[in-house]
Design a binder for this molecule. Structure first.
Ligand code: CA
Length: 233
């Protein structure tokens, strides 16, 4: 096994799921470590310094969110949460605690690999952003000049709309929660702010020429937040 492989720690108590993930990741060229309990996962995080963690939220000894809290005390390792839970509140809590992304079970192996590649790229700075310009299909965002084009045609956004789009484009492939976006744009969360964000987002999508459900550029993570599509997936 070569030494330059990315090392991924999988914290998952369900042996069949852990085994499936291990096989998929090893086939994908990653080195894999598996922990079946939260405490063991924390020890392995500290001793093996993985490049990324795939974390199940429902663990026998502690809740997976406890792992995120502990991990965030001393490391910025990307964490992708695996959740069987339907409750959006759990996903939002995990993201706001510092998880980078989440996948709801059952998931496809292709989806898992795509999310892992995206998270590793974000951390290692291999984003398709050169000279302050973000490009995704026909969409071009020039951060410095605050200009947006679709298929070469200028798109006229309000200041707030531009700020939201620019913010998302700085985190391609990563789900940004409503709270994270609202805080970044308006500085704080109040009663009407999520609604205000949704109204702005509807306008942005319309101006970019996206009909409802068209996630070419921006994916609507219902009840959770928004994700800029990743240029490299
Ligand atoms: Ca579990």
């Amino acid at each position: 096994m070569s030494n330059n492989k990315y090392k991924i720690l999988v914290v998952e108590d369900d042996r069949s799921i852990a085994g499936m993930i291990q096989t998929v990741l090893e086939t994908g060229g990653y080195q894999v470590l598996v922990a079946g309990r939260c405490e063991q996962g924390v020890l392995m995080l500290r001793s093996h310094m993985p490049d990324l963690v795939v974390l199940d939220l429902g663990l026998p000894d502690m809740d997976g969110s406890e792992f995120i809290r502990i991990a965030r005390r001393d490391r910025t390792v990307p964490i992708i949460v695996l959740s069987a839970r339907m409750e959006e509140a759990d996903k939002i809590a995990a993201l706001d605690l510092g998880a980078n992304d989440y996948i709801t079970k059952p998931f496809s192996t292709g989806e898992l690999l795509a999310r892992i590649r995206a998270s590793l790229r974000i951390v290692h700075g291999h984003q398709q952003t050169s000279g302050g310009t973000f490009t995704l299909g026909g969409l071009t965002i020039e951060h410095d000049r605050r200009q947006v084009r679709v298929d070469g045609e200028p798109v006229h956004l309000t200041r707030t709309e531009f700020n939201i789009l620019a913010f998302l484009s700085r985190h391609p492939g990563k789900v940004m929660t409503y709270a994270a976006i609202v805080t970044a744009i308006w500085g704080g969360l109040d009663d009407g702010s999520v609604k205000k964000l949704q109204v702005n987002m509807a306008n942005i999508r319309r101006k970019l020429g996206c009909a409802p459900g068209d996630d070419r550029y921006i994916v609507n993570e219902l009840g959770v937040g928004y994700r800029m599509s990743d240029p490299q997936n």
